[in-house]
Structures are given as structure tokens and as C-alpha cells.
Design a protein around this ligand. Structure first.
Ligand code: COA
Ligand code: AMP
Length: 244
């Protein structure tokens, strides 16, 4: 029997930390304690524990590639070229990029989830444009094993947890039918972003923004048809990933 455990913490009304795991009943105690210790500071924490009925498992994550550039403009040009390789029209890819640069919320700041951008019209399809859509209910079958494999590949500590989460998230997105994804973090210290897709894999790109910039987000490039199924999969389908 598997359980989904999700933790979110707030400080003065702002979301400051979120994490999730899918684990067996006998691991619940240990994982719960680890999630409790995760946020540095908070005044409110919610933990949800949910039994999972139909858990899917896929054998492999997207393959990882990394590219470093001297200038943000070069990194952005490269990101656009990757999106085009995944079949996204240049004007639509640029629209996504501009949205992330400005801050994708209608008020110009960060959202609480991802933008769904129609690959034909460039229209935004997420029902709530301040919230967006969140990919949830995903994890690695053996998180520690994947962490060790990433370390062996030379991934530094600073990047490890984020890469674990973001790679699993991007892999689930492609599984659910997202054509391509463009992302960079809203963490001011974290300037590495990525573009992901079925053909191009998971491509880490640095620097996608200036250090100190608190604006970030995710654009999921999607087909307009089958939107309800896509959202149900992203939010609702529990998925484990077995290996790199
Ligand atoms: N950012 C901002 N606010 C968030 C949030 C996030 N990532 N996740 C939850 N919240 C806040 C929102 O206010 C949300 O209300 P909303 O649905 O109107 O936006 C409220 O918490 C309730 O969220 P809910 O979706 O019910 O939370 P949940 O219990 O299903 O947990 C998390 C979701 C926290 C586990 C998930 O969002 C998360 O952060 N996962 C961590 C790993 C991950 O995906 N990282 C992505 C970057 S690598
Ligand atoms: P982060 O990588 O955690 O810095 O998040 C960057 C941006 O991605 C956030 O500002 C949100 O807009 C969005 N986001 C965060 N969590 C999720 C998620 N689980 N699914 C989709 N988008 C998310």
C-alpha cells in the first residue's frame, strides 16, 4: 500500500516551502519527520496523507543535458531553439519567454502553478491565471538511489534536491501530454532553468535570469484539445519514476 504525503508551509500568509513524497506505509514515520524539518521558518504547516489506489510506475526519467552560457540572452536564444525543435512555433515560444521575464501572473508577479499555453494560438488555457496548474502526486521509486546516481554524474549539492524534484515533475508532465516546458525558479539565488520535452529531454540551461531576481515560473506548451484529461493527469494521477 502506498501513500501520498504532501507538506506546505506558510510564513505571514506567504507560501515558503512545499514538498511531496509517495511512499509505502512502513516509510511514513521517517518521511513525515523529514518533511517536518524541511522549512527553515514557518508559522503554519499543512501535511496531507492520502492512500493511493492506482499507482503508475514508469521506467525512465527524461535524459538530462546541461548547457552554460555567458549571457542570459544567449541562454534564452538556446531555450527558444530547443522549443522549436520540439515543434513549438517561434512566435509562441517567444510569447512564453516574455511572459516568464515579466512575471506570469496577471499582476506581473509569480504564480502558484504553471501557465498552460496553447501551441496553436498562444492563448492561456489555465482556468485561474494567478494560480495556474500544479503538477502533483509524483516521486522517485527510490529517491536515495537517484540522488546517489546524480552525485556520481557530478551534480553538486546545491542543485541536487531541486534537480530531483524538477526532473521528476518534467517527466510526469511529458507523460501526461505536455508538449514542452520552459521553467526557471522564483528563488532569487537560483538562475539555472530548463526546457523539457519528449524529444529534447530535460535540458538544464544557465543563466536564465540575473542573480537576485525573484521572478520565475513554468510555461507548459499544450494542445487545446483534451485539456481536461491533461489537467486531471497533472494534478491527479499518482506516478512513480524508476530510474534515470
Ligand atoms: N506555490 C505557491 N503556493 C502553493 C504551492 C506552491 N507550489 N503549493 C501549495 N500552495 C498553497 C496555495 O495557496 C494553495 O492554494 P491554491 O490551490 O488556491 O493555489 C494551497 O497551498 C493549497 O494547495 P494544495 O494544492 O491543496 O496543496 P497540496 O497539499 O496538494 O500540496 C505541494 C502541494 C505543496 C506538495 C506542491 O505544490 C509542491 O510544492 N510540491 C513540491 C515539489 C515540486 O513540485 N516542486 C516544483 C518545483 S521543482
Ligand atoms: P520553483 O521551481 O519551486 O522555484 O517554482 C517556480 C515556479 O513554478 C513557481 O513560481 C510556480 O509558478 C511554479 N510551480 C511551483 N510548483 C509547481 C508545481 N508543482 N507544478 C507546476 N508549477 C509549479
Amino acid at each position: 500500500m502506498f501513500y501520498s504525503i504532501r507538506m506546505r508551509a506558510e510564513l505571514k500568509g506567504d507560501h515558503v516551502s512545499g514538498a511531496e513524497r509517495i511512499v509505502r506505509a512502513e516509510e511514513l514515520d521517517k518521511v513525515l519527520k523529514a518533511l517536518l524539518r524541511r522549512p527553515r521558518e514557518y508559522d503554519r504547516m499543512n501535511i496531507t496523507i492520502e492512500k493511493i489506489e492506482n499507482l503508475l510506475c514508469i521506467p525512465k526519467a527524461l535524459p538530462i543535458y546541461s548547457h552554460d552560457f555567458k549571457r542570459i540572452e544567449e541562454a534564452h536564444d538556446f531555450a527558444i531553439s530547443l522549443l522549436k525543435r520540439e515543434g513549438i512555433r517561434e512566435d509562441i515560444a517567444l510569447r512564453g519567454l516574455e511572459l516568464l521575464k515579466r512575471g506570469p501572473s496577471p499582476k506581473g508577479g509569480n504564480m502558484r502553478g504553471a501557465v498552460l499555453m496553447d501551441i496553436e494560438s498562444g492563448e492561456r488555457l489555465e482556468p485561474d491565471k494567478e494560480r495556474g496548474i500544479r503538477t502533483v502526486r509524483f516521486d522517485w521509486k527510490n529517491r536515495n538511489k537517484i540522488k546517489e546516481l546524480l552525485k556520481e554524474r557530478g551534480i553538486k549539492r546545491f542543485y541536487l534536491e531541486r534537480l530531483l524534484d524538477a526532473l521528476a515533475l518534467a517527466t510526469k508532465n511529458v507523460y501526461c501530454g505536455v508538449i514542452a516546458e520552459l521553467c526557471w525558479s522564483d528563488d532569487p539565488e537560483y538562475t539555472t532553468g530548463y526546457v523539457a520535452g519528449r524529444n529534447i529531454g530535460y535540458v538544464r540551461i544557465k543563466p536564465m535570469k540575473e542573480e537576485g531576481n525573484p521572478i520565475g515560473g513554468r510555461i507548459y506548451f499544450v494542445k487545446g484539445e483534451g485539456l481536461e484529461n491533461l489537467i486531471n493527469c497533472l494534478e491527479g494521477t499518482p506516478l512513480l519514476i524508476e530510474d534515470l
